[in-house]
Design a protein around this ligand. Sequence first.
Ligand code: SGN
Ligand code: CA
Length: 522
Amino acid sequence: MPITRKQFLRSTPLAPFALQRLLRASTAGSRPNILFMFADDHAWQAVSAYGSRLNHTPNIDRIAQEGMLFRDALVTNSICAPSRAVILTGKYSHLNGVLSNAVAFNGSQQTFPKLLRGAGYQTALIGKWHLQSEPTGFDHWEVLPGQGAYYNPDMLYAGGKRQHTGHATEIITELSLEWLSKRRDPKRPFLLMCQHKAPHRNWMPAPAKLSLYNTQTIPEPHNLFDDYSHRASPARNQAMEIDRHMTLGTDLKVPVKDDPAEYKRWEAMRARLNPEQQRIWDAAYGPENEAFLRARPQGRDLVRWKYQRYLKDYLRTIASVDDSVGSLLRYLDATGLAENTIVVYSSDQGFYLGEHGWFDKRWMYEESLRTPLLIRWPGVVKPGSVNTDMVSNIDLPETFLEAAGVPVPADMQGRSLTPLLRGSTPRDWRTSFYYHYYEGGGHGVPPHYGVRTKSQKLIHYYETDEWEMFDLEKDPSEMRSVYGDPAYRQAQAALLAELKRLRAELKVPEAAPPPGRKKKGA
Ligand code: SGN
Ligand code: CA
């Protein structure tokens, strides 16, 4: 059996520096490896490199310190499976087919991992996949079925399924490290997509993180008690309020005996944990739950309590993701791979952390339209750089292909970020961006499309033919639509013209295709 790099590292008598030089010699000047670390629902408001008031993410921040942070990274369709399909194909949802979470990805189509693999890269995908069909284009994959479980998850691989013991974030990290150290062929460049379930709902933290933030009060957003006036009807009619739609049992881990159905769901959630994990959970949540059940706050006090529990659990799951980033970065350092590896951290979309009183995503509003994006590329990206251009998840596949020296197919619809990474934005870089959400159903957000520039946004809820327009400079939190306001007549007409132009350029069908019916739990 050939010796693995890890075994080699352990057994070698060479001094660490000489060893690193030796290992580097085999990759220096060659095509870069790509480590793509991807979270699910990680809001940019919860990354300290983005100026978070909420938490500290030292390992993710390290990518910003040593690379580039993109302040205005936008997704084309703010929901899980569609975002993943956009990244794989470099095409908008109407062309890659995954309009909503209910649609299976057609794995026979062109994807960037297939193109890299065809060019000699070895490709691996570990973690959340959520595209229903089996992954294609990967030498190795091991994925959570559907949304996957936080605790003791099953994972699927080519030809089988196995159950792991422990927390999903830690398991995905271990499997990624195992692939890097034991399964990878060190002679070929690699693409590793390490894709976490966290911090997706229902925000179940790892045992080691359960007491984080215990003694803190998480600051509230100024619009936690938004009344949804001054906007079209969808904002009022949604079902993603912390107040009315976040459940005490499954979302917030409180055993509410006076709500038997919810209590049952709480029991089912707890039953997923093994006895040791249950013991740790009961010790961590017990005292606070008892105090809550005794006091039973109401009205705004209840919303505030729910917000604290929600945010703490959400941030606790992120602390594990940040640890995972740290472990993978340290592995790259220790093996000398860091120098020739492009490291990316991003999320499938943004998320509401109480802004407008909400959780979840889907809207074209800023919190869910924007996603974190940080890229380190030694020797190419100037450490500590910040980019403010409008970039997108649709730009990632072209970026990876160009970095690998693989021709970019003409039918991809994004644009490579490599010039931006080198520090110069092409003069004809995009100044407007097209967004289209199709799913409907889930959380009551109706399908909508729109255009966003650096300073303005126009949204069309086409089922009810309602419009919104926002002046992002005067109203960054999007509390008041200026659609129809005479002061914005010209700007509104210009946005409408740009929206039409983008739809034609991107080949969006005039009539929106049906998104597919949403299955429960999809
Ligand atoms: C689940 C969640 C929803 C979430 C969707 C889509 N409910 O259905 O809150 O919007 O996933 O999320 S839960 O009770 O099952 O947690 S996505 O990120 O996968 O698109
Ligand atoms: Ca998601």
